[in-house]
Design a binder for this molecule. Structure first.
Ligand code: UD1
Ligand code: MG
Length: 450
C-alpha cells in the first residue's frame, strides 16, 4: 500500500514570540519540520505535501532542502486543521493509497507508531493516534466505545463529562486519500472556534458507517512545541535520548549531560568525549578518537585515533585523517589535515591542506582572506612550520620544507627549503638598564606631580 504524507505547518506559533516560523525552530540543530519529515520517511511516502502559511517561503526552502520532491502547498488563511488538509488535495491529485497527516511541530514521533497506525488501517477506514495525557489541558478528547472511536470533542466544545476523559487526540491520522477528502468536504465550522476541525471527520465517518479506531502511543511522542520553554524541554528530551544511544553504542561520554549533540551526529565506538563539547550539524567521528573538553565541532570529519582539543574549533570542511592532533585554541576550516599531522596550539588553518606528518607550530595563521576573495594554502608532507608563521595565501610549501619562527610566507617554498622572512635581531648592550632607569624616573616625576 502506498502512502502520502501531509504535514501541517501553516501555524504562526504566536507563543514562540519570534520572526521565524514555528516549524523552523531547531531541536538538536535540525528544524522541527525536518524532524517531522524524517519521522514520516519510515513510511517511504510516495508523495509529501507540506501545508505552509506563515513564513511559507522560508518553510518551503527548508522542506525542499530535505526532500526536493516535497510539494509545497500554501494555506493563505488558517481556517482550521481540516481546511489545512484540504489545501493538499491538488498536490495529491492522482495519488491512490493512504494519507498520513502529521503536524510539523511534533518532532518526537517514533517510526513504529506510524507503522502501527498503518497496520491498524488493515481493518479500519480511519485511524487516529491518541495518547493518555498526564494533564489533558486543552487537547481534543477521544470518545471511545470499546475499540471504536465515536468522535473527537475539542476542549472548547466539550461537556464537563467529556473533559474528564484523559485519552487525547495527538492530531495524527491515517485514512485512504479518496475517503479522507470526501470526509473533509463534509466538515463545517459551526463550533466554538469557528474553525474547520479535522477532528470532525471521525463523527462524519461513523455516520457513514465507516470503521474508526484510535491507536495509542506514549505522550512524549506527541509532545508539541508551542513556546520557547517547550522548545528547550523538547531539546532536552532529544539530547537525553541521543546521549543514551551513544553510550549504548560504546562511546564514552565523561559527563553526558554536558555534551550537546546534533540530530545527525555520528560517533564511533571507543571514542571518548570529554565534558562540555558541542556538536553542530554534519559531524562524524570515527572509532577510537578523543574529543577533549570545551571543543566545538560542525560539518567535519574526525578519523580514527585523532585527538581534538581541549578548546578546539572544527568548522565546516575540516577533514582530519587518522592520528592527527588538533590542540588548544586551534581553528580548522575547510582544510584537510593528513595522517599524523599536528596543529597543537593557537593556530588558524583555513582553506588549506596539510600533508602527512607535518607539524604546524604555535600561532601559525593561514591568511586566507584578502578582504574580497579566499585563497588556498597547500602544505606538503613532513613540513616543519615554525611558530608564528603567517602563510599568505595562495601559497604552497613543498614537502620537507621548514619555515623559521615568525616568518611571513608570501612566496611558494620549494621542497626541503628553509624559508626565513623576519627582521634581523640587534642587541644593544646596557640599553635595557638605561631604559628602565629613564622610565622609573619619569614615573616618579608623574607621581609627585599628582
Ligand atoms: C489540534 C486538534 C486537537 C489535538 C491537538 C494536539 C483540531 C481541531 N484539534 O488542536 O484535537 O488534541 O491538535 O496538539 O485539529 N494548522 C494549519 N492550518 C490551520 C490550523 C492549524 O496548518 O489552519 C497546523 C498548525 O500549524 C499545527 C497543527 O495544524 O501544526 C495543529 O494546529 P493547532 O492550532 O495547534 O491545533 P490545536 O488547537 O492544538
Ligand atoms: Mg496545538
Amino acid at each position: 500500500m502506498s502512502t502520502a504524507l501531509v504535514i501541517l505547518a501553516a501555524g504562526k506559533g504566536t507563543r514562540m514570540n519570534s520572526d521565524i516560523p514555528k516549524v523552523l525552530h531547531p531541536i538538536a540543530q535540525v528544524p522541527m519540520l525536518v524532524h517531522a519529515m524524517r519521522a514520516g520517511s519510515v513510511l517511504a511516502p510516495e508523495r509529501t505535501a507540506i501545508v505552509t502559511g506563515h513564513g511559507a517561503e522560508a518553510v518551503a526552502k527548508v522542506a525542499q532542502a530535505e526532500d526536493e520532491d516535497a510539494r509545497i502547498v500554501v494555506q493563505d488563511q488558517q481556517l482550521g486543521t481540516a481546511h489545512a488538509v484540504a489545501q493538499a488535495r491538488a498536490a495529491l491529485d492522482g495519488f491512490t493509497g493512504d494519507v498520513v497527516v502529521l503536524y510539523g511541530d511534533t518532532p518526537f514521533l517514533q517510526p513504529d507508531t506510524l507503522e502501527r497506525m498503518i497496520a491498524a488501517r488493515a481493518d479500519n477506514d480511519l485511524v487516529i493516534l491518541g495518547f493518555e495525557a498526564a494533564d489533558p489541558a486543552r487537547y481534543g478528547r477521544l470518545v471511545m466505545n470499546g475499540d471504536a472511536l465515536e468522535r473527537i470533542v475539542e476542549f472548547k466544545d466539550a461537556s464537563d463529562e467529556e473533559r474528564a476523559i484523559t485519552f487525547c487526540n495527538s492530531g495524527l491520522l491515517a485514512c485512504d486519500a479518496g475517503t479522507l477528502f470526501d470526509l473533509i468536504d463534509a466538515v463545517g465550522n459551526d463550533n466554538a472556534s469557528g474553525e474547520y476541525y479535522l477532528t470532525d471527520v471521525v463523527e462524519i465517518a461513523r455516520d457513514r458507517g465507516l470503521k474508526v479506531t484510535a491507536v495509542s502511543c506514549d505522550e512524549a511522542q506527541t509532545l508539541g512545541v508551542n513556546s520557547r520553554a517547550d522548545l528547550a524541554a523538547a531539546d532536552a528530551v532529544f539530547q537525553a535520548r541521543a546521549r543514551a544511544e551513544l553510550l549504548d553504542l560504546g562511546v564514552t561520554l565523561m559527563a553526558p549531560e554536558t555534551v550537546y549533540l546534533a540530530a545527525d551526529t555520528v560517533i564511533g565506538r571507543d571514542t571518548v568525549i570529554e565534558p562540555n563539547v558541542v556538536f553542530g550539524p554534519g559531524v562524524t567521528v570515527e572509532s577510537g578518537a578523543a574529543i577533549r573538553a570545551f571543543s566545538h565541532l560542525e560539518g567535519c570529519h574526525v578519523s580514527r585515533g585523532a585527538v581534538v582539543g581541549p578548546y578546539a574549533r572544527l568548522r565546516p570542511g575540516a577533514e582530519l585523517a587518522e592520528n592527527t592532533r588538533i590542540g588548544n585554541f586551534v581553528e580548522i576550516k575547510n582544510a584537510e589535515i593528513a595522517e599524523g599531522a599536528k596543529v597543537n596550539h593557537l593556530s588558524y588553518i583555513g582553506d588549506a591542506s596539510v600533508g602527512a606528518g607535518t607539524n604546524i607550530g604555535a600561532g601559525t595563521i593561514t591568511c586566507n582572506y584578502d578582504g574580497v576573495m579566499k585563497h588556498r594554502t597547500v602544505i606538503g608532507e613532513n613540513v616543519f612550520v615554525g611558530s608564528n608563521t603567517m602563510l599568505v595565501a595562495p601559497v604552497t610549501v613543498g614537502s620537507g620544507a621548514m619555515t623559521a619562527t615568525g616568518t611571513i610566507v608570501t612566496r611558494d617554498i620549494e621542497p626541503d627549503a628553509l624559508a626565513v622572512g623576519r627582521a634581523k635581531q640587534e642587541n644593544k648592550p646596557g640599553y635595557a638598564r638605561k631604559l628602565f632607569e629613564m622610565l622609573k624616573a619619569k614615573k616618579a616625576r608623574r607621581d609627585k606631580g599628582a
